[in-house]
Design a protein around this ligand. Structure first.
Ligand code: PGA
Length: 252
């Protein structure tokens, strides 16, 4: 049985003071509403210590949006997993399409981050997903297979429990266009079958696969009703309580 996992990726939004205020609102909302799913928020690096402080006695997971592929050294501008752990952050998103697109992160770079995070006993949300061009040219499966195989290269079976996949079709991110629940289910079912072929049926069946790309209150229920959609990675609609609360209480 896979427990629903809803994550809010704040991207480069919310200053530390805004983040603190929003985290307090979120804490209050969760105290007032019974929530069955696992909830995560991923603030920016500078927001993390403040958000950790506000949410420390809650069940909300606080995650980084990215991390370096080294633990320390001459890597100007980077944040290492040991720095994250030192402030109480044990989860990170990796391979987000914005990192792939704007910061030229290749599957190899992403894989080195995945392996380092796992070595450091951190949890990872590994993002995968095709561009519109790739989808329209019939390359959906090829792209997902490559991103999963390369992203998880060297990851051992017993480390797979620390991995969540997020299927985020690039054309649906921040565009208001959502994959239909059927399209999401099909792509995510395929992603699960790739994991099964790399590992085992058991590992594939226990793997949480989130859908991401314009998830909002009005579409979350239909998406989550699908067999292979176990959660959501939410960008824009995770930035305010008005929009995020109905998403994390989708099954009420
Ligand atoms: P969006 O972003 O919900 O704003 O489309 C999702 C994501 O990029 O994680």
């Amino acid at each position: 049985m896979r427990r629903a996992y809803i994550a809010g990726n704040w991207k480069m939004n919310h200053t530390p003071s805004e983040a603190k205020k929003f985290a307090s609102e979120l804490k209050r909302a969760l105290e007032e509403n019974k929530i069955d799913c696992r909830v995560m928020v991923a603030p920016s690096f500078v927001d993390l210590p403040y958000v950790i402080e506000v949410l420390k006695d809650t069940e909300i997971t606080v995650s980084a949006q990215n991390m370096a592929n080294h633990t320390s050294g001459a890597y100007t501008g980077e944040v290492s997993p040991i720095m994250l752990k030192d402030i109480g952050v044990y989860t990170t998103i990796l391979g987000h399409s914005e990192r792939r697109m704007y910061y030229s992160e290749t599957d190899e770079i992403i894989n080195s981050k995945v392996r380092l995070a796992l070595n450091e006993k951190m949890e990872v949300i590994l993002c995968i997903g095709e561009t519109l061009e790739e989808r329209e040219s019939g390359k959906l499966k090829e792209v997902l297979k490559r991103q999963i195989e390369k992203g998880l290269e060297g990851v051992k079976s017993d480390e797979m429990k620390a991995i969540t996949l997020a299927y985020e079709p690039v054309w649906a991110i921040g565009t208001g266009k959502t994959a239909s629940p059927e399209d999401a289910d099909e792509a995510q079912g395929y992603a699960r079958s790739v994991v099964e072929s790399l590992y085992s049926k058991d590992i594939a069946e226990n793997l949480i696969i989130q859908y991401g790309g314009s998830v909002k209150a009005s579409n979350v229920k239909a998406l989550m009703a699908k067999e292979n959609v176990d959660g959501a990675l939410v960008g824009g609609a995770s930035l305010t309580i008005d929009q995020f609360l109905p998403i994390i209480t989708f099954n009420k």
